[in-house]
Design a protein. Structure first.
Length: 331
């Protein structure tokens, strides 16, 4: 059964991300190496129909030993495995020497069910705030920075927040984006950024604060940005849904989430009526990513389910036809 699921995931990944005949050559930056899993998290450029995103890839033992966070690489991708495997890995530009470890980055990762930590922050108007100020509301939190040049990342998240602001009331919901560039993104910069996206400060907070405190909080969500001269800050994506009780209810590990689906999940946190189709799509999308990996991230969970049913039904039909043919031949 496990092999069947893996095979279906592989087909889904190809159908969702890779048109026929597309090149499977990848270029990107290593975010981190996981020696125990013989894997690396790579922030890659678009390839073979796959949009730019951060994904886990399997490596050979030799590549696991020689790669470092910050290395810019080129490699051949094989999607016959889960996660996909990188081979013929070439280091195009080696990582700069790592700075001395910052003790504030030695943090415990936050997970669903954990209480949101108390951290003093500052919003785009210069007003201090903590997440305790939003107690009693369902909150959606994402991480961005104003100098991001990739329209599929931070600007996309802020555009989604603009849609959420238009459709959610400020009485039961609050939107928060925190910067990953707190040295530069001070309140004046954030205020201009907020104006670009039409952010109402009473309903949509864009925050900064003491750089160490802000980056420490981001690290608790598994986001540790580092500077790259070509693209700016490189970081993983994570959006948190926080319940009215101040506890983390859910985590979304992609930038391309669907606002309709998130609205349905937020409504559920507020015990409000939720669109059942959008909620089902949200849950199926998370399940598809959990089982099949980021190869299907950003695609519709319902579409993935339909594709799986078609693939499964086709396989059953083919087995039945083969069985009948073999039975008729023996007869």
């Amino acid at each position: 059964m496990v092999r069947v699921v893996i095979a279906i995931c592989a087909v889904l990944t190809v159908l969702v991300t890779s048109p026929a005949g597309a090149s499977q050559t990848l270029r990107g930056v290593v975010l981190t190496v996981l020696p125990s899993k013989q894997q690396a998290i790579v922030r890659h450029d678009p390839y073979g129909g796959m949009p730019a995103m951060s994904m886990a890839f399997a490596l050979s033992a030799a590549d696991t030993a020689r790669l470092h966070a910050g290395d810019r690489i080129a490699a051949v991708v094989s999607e016959r495995t889960e996660p996909a495997t990188l081979s013929n890995v070439r280091v195009l530009a080696a990582a700069a020497p790592a700075p001395a470890a910052d003790p504030l980055r030695s943090v415990t990762l936050l997970r669903a069910g954990d209480a949101f930590p108390t951290v003093g922050l500052i919003d785009q108007t210069g007003k201090p705030f903590t997440f305790a100020d939003f107690r009693g509301k369902a909150v959606i939190l994402s991480f961005i920075y104003t100098r991001c040049r990739d329209t599929r990342m931070c600007p996309l998240i802020s555009a989604h927040f603009h849609q959420l602001q238009q459709r959610l009331d400020g009485t039961h919901y609050h939107l928060v984006e925190l910067t990953l560039d707190p040295h530069y993104d001070r309140p004046g910069i954030l205020r201009a950024y907020a104006a670009r996206f039409g952010a109402d400060a009473s309903r949509w907070t864009i925050g900064t604060g003491n750089p160490r405190s802000v980056l420490d909080l981001a690290a608790q969500f598994g986001i540790v940005p580092f500077s790259d001269p070509t693209v700016g800050l490189i970081h993983t994506e994570r959006t948190a849904l926080i319940g009215r009780d101040g506890r983390i209810a859910d985590l979304i590990d992609e930038a391309g989430w669907d606002p309709n689906n998130v609205i349905a999940r937020l409504a559920l946190l507020n015990n409000a009526p939720a669109n059942p189709i959008a909620l089902l799509d949200y849950l199926l999308s998370k399940a598809a990513v959990a089982v099949c990996g980021n190869g299907v991230a950003g695609s519709s969970g319902l579409l993935n389910l339909i594709l799986m049913l078609i693939i499964f039904s086709g396989g059953v039909w083919l087995l039945i036809r083969i069985g009948r043919f073999m039975f008729a031949s023996k007869a």
